[in-house]
Design a protein around this ligand. Structure first.
Ligand code: MTE
Ligand code: HPA
Ligand code: MOS
Length: 754
C-alpha cells in the first residue's frame, strides 16, 4: 500500500505547522539567544527593543509563572538564562510582535553585557575537568583483564565521530492559542506531545489538563524534535498567557541550526584482542560523549552507545565505559540511531585497524565473529541472531567473489582511481531502553456509516506510521482501507504518550490499535451471531462481509455496524499496550531491555578519485531483516533514506564549532548534506524474511533507525580505496571522511603501527 500522505505531499496540500490558518490577532515571536558560549550576564537592556514599532512584549525569565526549567531527564536546563549562559544561542529573551519581521528586528535591538568565561568544546577536556552530566557508566561481560593474556593479537587506537545536523525540512516551531477557561492549545512540531505538555506545564504553572498539545505531522524529526521542541512551545505558551493572544514562532533555518543540539560527537579509545584464529576475545572501549551544556537526552543516548558497542559481534570479554561530558555547545540530542551508530563506528574501526595491522581482510574478522543465536550481549540479553543469515545471503546474492574480482581488477588497471569494498553488518535493539517508555494507547471509533477513525500517540514525520496504523485497523476488521481515517494526535485525544522514537512507534501504537480493534470486533461478532441466529458457529469478518462457518452471509460490515448501534453496543474502544517481557537494571547493566533486534548486512562499493580526493558511492547492497514487512514500499523508503543520511554523516556533513563555541556551519552553504549527485548510484535491498515469532506489529520489524548504520560502511570502503592507492598510510579514524581528509590520506607519509 502506498503511503497515504503521498498525494497530499506532492500536491502541497499536507498541513504542517506553518500551514495552519492564522487566527486573527496572532502575534509572532523571535528568540534572542546568547551571543557567546559561556559567561555571566551583567546587564540586559531591552528598552530599545520594547520601543520598536509593532513590538507587544519582550519576555525574559522574570515573566515565568511556574519554574524556569525544561530539562527532561535531569532538571538542569532553564528555559531562559538568568545570569549564567552556557551555550551560544541559549535563549535570554523572547520578543513578541505583530509581525515576524518586527519580532526579529526587536531581537536585533536587545543588548546584553556578558562577562565571558572559558569555553570548553572538547569532551576529553571536559572529562579531565570533572565536568560530567552523570557519573560514568560501564557495561561488563566476562573478565577483560584476564583475557588479554589469551590473545595472540592486541590492537589499540582512537576513533572520533563528529556531530550531525538534523536538517528536518520543517524547522522547529509552535503556535499557542488561548481557548476558554484557561486552556491553551499548542500546535507543536514535536515527536513528543506529552514531553511538550510537561515542559509547558512546568514553565506556565498550568496543570497538564489545561494544555492540549496538538501535532498534525512533522516535516521530519530524526530525533531532533524528541526533546528539543519543548523550548519553542514553552516560549509561545508563556507569551500567549502573558498577552492573551495567539503566539506563533516558526524558526528561521539559521536560528534553528544555531540554537538546537545535534547528534553527539564522540571521541573514543579502543583496545581489541584476538586469538590466532581471529576470534575476538576481548574488547575494551572508553567513550567520551560531547553532551553539550545540559543533559537533554544525553544519558539515554550514552546508554544506547553501550548497548550497541559490540554491534553484530559476540565478544566474550567486554568492558565498555562511557562518559557524558558537559561542554559549552548547545545540548546535543537524539538523532536516528540514538548513540548506537557512535558505538558501532568504534568496534568497526577496531576491526579495520586489526585487519590492516595483520594484513587480512576485515570481512574475514567480521564474519568470524558474528553473533549466533544464544550468544549473550554485554547487557545480558541472549541474541536471536539473524546476523549470519543476512551476511551469508548478501555474500551469495550479490556474488561477492565477483564483486571483489571487479574491485581488484579495477584497482590493478587504474592508477588514479581506486575502488574500495566493505561489509557493514548491523544489529539494533528495538524498544526504548527505559522500560517504562514502552507503552502506548489507541482510540478507535466505528461510526454508524461503517467508517472508522483511529487515533494513537504516534506522530507522522515522514516515516509512514499513519499508513501502518491504517493498515492495522483495516486488517483486523478486514475492511477496505478507504473506510479508515487516521487522525492527528493531541494530548486531549491520547494521554501520556511516549515520543515517536526508538523506531518503536509502529510497534507500540500498532499493537494498541490492534487491541482496540480486536475489542470492537469481538462485540461485533456477538452482534452478528444474534442477528443471524447462529449459536456455537464460527463467525468471521472477511473483506467486509460476515462469514458463518466458512460461508459468506448476507450481512456486510455496514449492516453489522448499524445493527450493533441499534442494539446499543459500543462501537468505540480505547486500548493500552505495554511491551511484555522487557526489563533492565541500570545499576547492574544487565537485563532484557529489547523486545527484539533488527539485523542486516550492507556491502558498499566506492570509487575514489586519487588526484582530487573526490568519490562516488557506486553501490550499497543490503540484505535486511524485515521480519515480515507489512509495507515494503515504506520500509524500503526508510532504508534508502537511512543509508543516505548515514553516508552523509560519515562523509560530508561537517558540524563546525570554533574555539569560542560559535557554530560556523550555520547555513546550507557551509553545511553540506547529500544531494542526488552524492547519493549512492545504486541501492539494492533484499529481504531476509524471518518467520521467528517476535513482538513487532504483525511480525513486521521496526525499520526507522537501523538502516542509518549501513552508511558507516561507506567510511570503511573509502578507507580501503585510500589504502589501495597508499598502502602504508596511517589514517586516523575520524569521521566525516571529507574529500579534503581523503586527499590528505592519499598522500600521507606516515606508516601504520599497531
Ligand atoms: N523518516 C522520516 N521520513 N522522517 C523522520 O523524521 N525519523 C527517524 C526514522 N525515520 C524519521 C524517519 C527516527 S530518528 C526514528 S526513531 C523513526 O523514524 C521513528 O519512527 P518509527 O518509530 O515509526 O520508525
Ligand atoms: N531511543 C530513542 N529515544 C529514546 C530512547 C531510546 O532508546 N530512550 C529515551 N528516548
Ligand atoms: Mo529517533 S533518534 O529515536 O527519534
Amino acid at each position: 500500500m502506498k503511503n497515504i500522505d503521498s498525494i497530499g505531499h506532492v500536491r502541497g496540500e499536507s498541513i504542517y505547522l506553518d500551514d495552519i490558518p492564522l487566527i486573527q490577532g496572532t502575534l509572532f515571536g523571535a528568540a534572542y539567544g546568547s551571543p557567546i558560549a559561556h559567561g555571566f550576564i551583567r546587564a540586559l537592556d531591552i528598552s530599545e527593543a520594547e520601543r520598536h514599532p509593532g513590538v507587544v512584549r519582550i519576555l525574559t525569565f522574570r515573566d515565568i509563572r511556574g519554574e524556569n526549567q525544561i530539562g527532561g531527564i535531569i532538571p538542569d536546563e532553564p528555559l531562559f538564562a538568568e545570569q549564567h549562559v552556557h551555550f551560544c544561542g541559549m535563549p535570554i529573551a523572547f520578543a513578541v510582535a505583530v509581525s515576524e519581521k518586527a519580532a526579529r528586528e526587536a531581537v536585533g535591538k536587545i543588548k546584553a553585557e556578558i562577562e565571558p568565561c572559558p569555553v570548553v568544546t572538547d569532551p576529553r577536556e571536559a572529562q579531565a575537568n570533572g565536568e560530567l552530566i552523570i557519573p560514568p557508566r560501564t557495561f561488563r561481560l566476562g573478565d577483560v583483564d584476564q583475557a588479554w593474556s589469551l590473545c595472540t593479537h592486541i590492537v589499540e587506537g582512537r576513533a572520533d565521530t563528529n556531530g550531525q545536523e538534523h536538517l528536518y525540512i520543517e524547522t522547529q516551531g509552535a503556535y499557542a492559542i488561548p481557548l476558554e477557561n484557561g486552556v491553551i492549545r499548542v500546535h507543536s512540531s514535536t515527536q513528543a506531545p506529552t514531553a511538550v505538555q510537561r515542559a509547558v506545564s512546568k514553565v506556565t504553572g498550568l496543570p497538564m489538563h489545561a494544555l492540549d498539545i496538538a501535532v498534525n505531522r512533522l516535516g521530519g524529526g530524526f530525533g531532533g524534535k524528541e526533546d528539543q521542541a519543548n523550548v519553542w512551545a514553552a516560549l509561545c505558551a508563556l507569551a500567549c498567557i502573558q498577552v492573551g493572544r495567539p503566539v506563533k514562532y516558526s524558526l528561521p533555518r539559521t536560528d534553528d541550526m544555531v540554537m538546537t543540539g545535534k547528534r553527539h560527537p564522540y571521541s573514543s579509545d579502543f583496545k581489541i584482542g584476538l586469538d590466532k584464529d581471529l576470534k575476538i576475545l576481548a574488547y575494551e572501549v572508553t567513550f567520551y560523549q560531547n553532551a553539550g551544556a545540559a543533559a537533554d537526552l544525553s544519558p539515554a543516548v550514552l546508554e544506547r552507545t553501550l548497548f550497541h558497542c559490540t554491534n553484530s559481534y559476540f565478544i566474550p570479554h567486554v568492558r565498555a565505559t562511557a562518559y557524558s561530558c558537559r561542554t559549552h555547545l548547545p545540548p546535543n540530542t537524539a538523532f536516528r540511531g540514538f548513540g548506537g551508530p557512535q558505538g558501532m563506528f568504534v568496534i568497526e574501526a577496531a576491526i579495520a585497524k586489526t585487519a590492516e595491522v595483520l594484513g587480512v581482510d576485515a570481512a574475514v574478522i567480521q564474519k568470524r565473529n558474528l553473533l549466533r543465536t544464544g550468544d549473550e550481549f554485554p547487557y545480558g540479553q541472549p541474541a536471536e541472531s539473524e546476523a549470519h543469515a543476512c551476511w551469508q545471503k548478501a555474500e551469495d546474492l550479490y556474488d561477492v567473489v565477483a564483486l571483489r574480482g571487479e574491485v581488484e581488477g579495477f584497482n590493478k588497471s587504474n592508477r588514479l582511481f581506486k575502488k574500495g569494498l566493505s561489509f557493514m553488518p548491523v544489529c539494533f535493539g528495538i524498544s526504548f531502553t527505559k522500560t517504562l517508555m514502552n507503552q502506548a494507547r489507541a482510540l478507535v471509533h466505528v461510526y454508524t456509516d461503517g467508517s472508522v477513525s483511529v487515533v494513537t500517540g504516534a506522530v507522522e514525520m515522514g516515516q509512514g506510521v499513519n499508513t501502518k496504523m491504517l493498515q492495522v485497523a483495516a486488517t483486523v476488521f478486514s475492511i477496505d482501507p478507504g473506510l479508515v481515517k487516521v487522525q492527528s494526535t493531541s494530548t486531549y485525544k491520547i494521554a501520556n504518550t511516549s515520543p515517536s522514537a526508538a523506531s518503536a512507534t509502529a510497534d507500540l501504537n500498532g499493537k494498541a490499535v490492534q487491541m482496540a480493534c480486536t475489542g470492537i470486533l469481538r462485540r461485533l461478532k456477538e452482534v452478528a451471531a444474534l442477528e443471524l441466529g447462529v449459536t456455537g458457529g464460527m463467525i468471521e469478518l472477511k473483506e467486509g462481509v460476515v462469514w458463518v462457518d466458512g460461508a459468506a452471509s448476507a450481512m456486510d460490515w455496514k449492516k453489522l455496524v448499524l445493527a450493533a448501534f441499534v442494539r446499543r453496543v459500543s462501537l468505540s474502544e480505547h486500548a493500552h499496550y505495554a511491551t511484555p517481557g522487557i526489563h533492565f537494571d541500570p545499576s547492574k547493566g544487565k537485563g532484557h531491555p529489547f523486545a527484539y533486534h533488527v539485523y542486516g548486512t550492507a556491502i558498499v562499493v566506492v570509487t575514489l578519485d586519487c588526484l582530487r580526493g573526490r568519490y562516488t558511492i557506486d553501490a550499497v547492497k543490503v540484505v535486511h531483516d524485515f521480519g515480515v514487512s507489512m509495507n515494503t514500499l515504506i520500509d524500503r523508503g526508510q532504508i534508502e533514506g537511512g543509508i543516505v543520511q548515514g553516508a552523509g554523516w560519515m562523509t560530508m556533513e561537517e558540524v563546525l564549532y570554533d574555539a569560542s563555541g560559535r557554530l560556523r556551519s550555520n547555513t546550507l552553504s557551509t553545511y553540506k548534506v547529500p544531494d542526488i549527485y552524492s547519493a549512492p548510484s545504486a541501492i539494492s535491498i533484499e529481504a531476509l524474511h524471518t518467520e521467528r515469532d517476535n513482538l513487532a506489529i504483525f511480525r513486521s520489524k521496526a525499520v526507522g533507525e537501523p538502516p542509518l548504520m549501513y552508511g558507516i560502511g561507506v567510511y570503511f570502503a573509502l578507507r580501503q580505496a585510500i589504502r589501495a592507492f597508499n598502502p602504508s598510510a596511517d589514517l586516523s579514524f575520524s569521521a566525516p571522511l571529507t574529500p579534503e581528509k581523503a586527499l590528505m590520506g592519499l598522500y600521507d607519509k606516515k606508516h601504520v603501527t599497531a
